[in-house]
Design a protein around this ligand. Structure first.
Ligand code: B12
Length: 446
């Protein structure tokens, strides 16, 4: 049996003007180029659980119009896509099935809309892939493939995580690779469409497994840049310290997503620095209380962090770790004034890097359900707008056009060569200052 693993891996924005702008803005292009070249860790993970008697091939599809198809001898195809490219994934799935191949679908969007996905597949997995994959493969071999496998009853124990098949990748294609160290998140943000929608419990992967994955990557890429494909790497500080301590002797550079509470732990920050952390991406979401209120649904946690934003950014960056602060435009209670507010905050805070996105109602999020119930979704199944750069809902304090136009304005201001240079300079000045102080202190005691 030959199994083709097909990852949908294209797309940035549906909005043509933004795509055009994105091609000329230095900061925007930099981040986009970097993230555009990541493989599907989901499929590589499932490949790691696939028995040896099944031949595997890994393929990426950027634009379906340019995809040449797969060799005839692939008889089963597993496709992975997020919401934005799901309609393209369905087109491919339908083509494969018309050629007599069996198609399996899974992932975040399939979990959000299983009944829709079933119409384009011989079989789907709802929820995390690992709990159902071995059973699906057995059934496939017996010719008894079921239409639906549902993993949601038990969250997958990451102590049982298989080794992702990084060896299936073409080493030339990637400048960084992903490793997952945790799933779920202790917080519950209304718009979050990441792994908590597969299985909400916060779980960590044993440190030894993470290190083994990094070492496997190093067999192929001796000096890798690792992006942790996590939602909140350092939510559990005790585990976090064990993890970063173990990273030190690996001599890698790495990047991750986390929440702002890392700033409160000097020991953790020092370990992060010593273990090669280049940047942390933090969802600051909004620089105003109006914008932050209600986003985190369990305890309004995000709103309660606002007063500490400046100090936290400064503290993290003083360790030589750059902060990529993310802001979401179009949140309820924020209007046209919010764009200048973000611009001012970014300038005053000294953030090294910034990412602005448009609030997006992804299917099966509390945000989607709330906006649907109040008739505020523009088109309930316009999945192609779920890019984080397009508008799929009606904001409450501005028009759709205002949100689109002001967003374009903000992107232009934020990623201009001048503004990008100012952010870099401010960070490097802070680092120089810090090194000088450390030298003075060392001199004083020596
Ligand atoms: C790496 C990454 C990418 C990479 C790699 C994508 C890829 N092909 O996997 C690139 C750069 C290409 C990318 C592109 C995009 N991304 Co992205 N990306 C991520 C990131 C950082 C990590 C994802 C990851 O590796 N998770 C770990 C793996 C193990 O989990 P997984 O993929 O969900 O797989 C598990 C299950 O879903 C399931 N599964 C997955 N696929 C399949 C297939 C089958 C057949 C089966 C049975 C099971 C199965 O099994 C796996 C193991 O349990 C997340 C943010 C985050 N912190 O999670 C955003 C994230 C997934 N991306 C997001 C978005 C919006 C995008 C873009 C639209 C951005 C853009 N404007 O272009 C595009 C969409 C492309 C598309 N196909 O639709 C959103 C998706 C939300 C959603 N529900 O759709 C996220 C959650 C970020 C966010 N801020 O909300 N992304």
């Amino acid at each position: 049996m030959k199994l083709g693993l097909v990852a949908m891996s294209g797309l940035r924005a549906h909005n043509a003007e933004l795509t055009r702008l994105g091609l000329t803005m230095p900061g925007f292009v930099e981040r986009n180029k970097t993230i555009a070249s990541l493989p599907s860790l989901g499929l590589l993970t499932l490949a790691g659980m696939t028995p040896d008697d099944i031949d595997l091939g890994y393929f990426e599809v950027d634009d379906i119009a340019e995809f040449p198809g797969l060799p005839d001898d692939y008889d089963v195809i597993a496709i992975s896509s997020f919401t934005a490219q799901m309609k393209d994934a369905y087109v491919l799935a339908d083509q494969f099935r018309a050629q007599g191949k069996r198609v399996i679908l899974g992932g975040l969007h399939v979990t959000a809309r299983p009944d829709e996905a079933r119409q384009h597949a011989d079989s789907i997995i709802i929820g995390e892939g690992e709990p159902s994959w071995p059973g699906l493969i057995d059934d496939l071999k017996k010719g008894e493939l079921r239409e639906v496998y549902d993993s949601r009853a038990t969250p997958f124990d990451l102590a049982d995580a298989p080794m992702p098949r990084y060896d299936l990748l073409d080493p030339e294609r990637y400048n960084r690779l992903t490793v997952q160290t945790q799933r779920g998140c202790p917080f519950d943000c209304e718009f979050c469409a990441a792994s908590i929608r597969l299985s909400p419990q916060f779980r960590v992967k044993p440190v030894a497994k993470v290190i083994a994955e990094i070492r496997r990557i190093k067999e192929i890429w001796p000096k890798p840049f690792i992006e942790f494909a996590d939602d909140n790497t350092f939510a559990n500080k005790k585990h976090a310290k064990r993890l970063v301590r173990a990273l030190i002797p690996e001599h890698i550079k790495w990047f991750t997503e986390t929440d702002i509470s890392v700033a409160r732990d000097s020991e953790l920050l020092a370990l992060m620095r010593d273990s090669g952390c280049a940047q942390v991406l933090i969802g600051l979401e909004s620089p105003t209380l109006a914008g932050l209120t209600g986003i985190e649904q369990k305890s309004n946690w995000k709103a309660r962090q606002l007063d500490g934003y400046y100090a936290a950014i400064n503290k993290i960056q003083s360790y030589g770790i750059t902060v990529n602060g993310c802001f979401v435009m179009g949140i309820d209670r924020t209007g046209p004034e919010s764009f200048q507010q973000v611009l001012d905050f970014v300038r005053d805070s000294g953030l090294y890097e910034v990412q602005v996105t448009i609030q997006t109602a992804f299917p099966a999020t509390p945000l989607y359900d709330r906006l649907q119930a109040s008739g505020r979704l523009i088109d309930e199944t316009a999945w192609e707008l779920c890019t984080l750069f397009d508008v799929n809902f009606r904001p409450d304090c501005m028009t759709v056009e205002e949100l689109e136009n002001k967003f374009l304005w903000l992107v232009q201001e934020m990623y201009s060569a001048e503004a990008t240079k100012a952010r870099r300079t401010s960070f490097f000045n802070l680092r120089r200052e810090r090194t000088k102080n450390v030298r003075v202190r060392a001199g004083g005691t020596g």
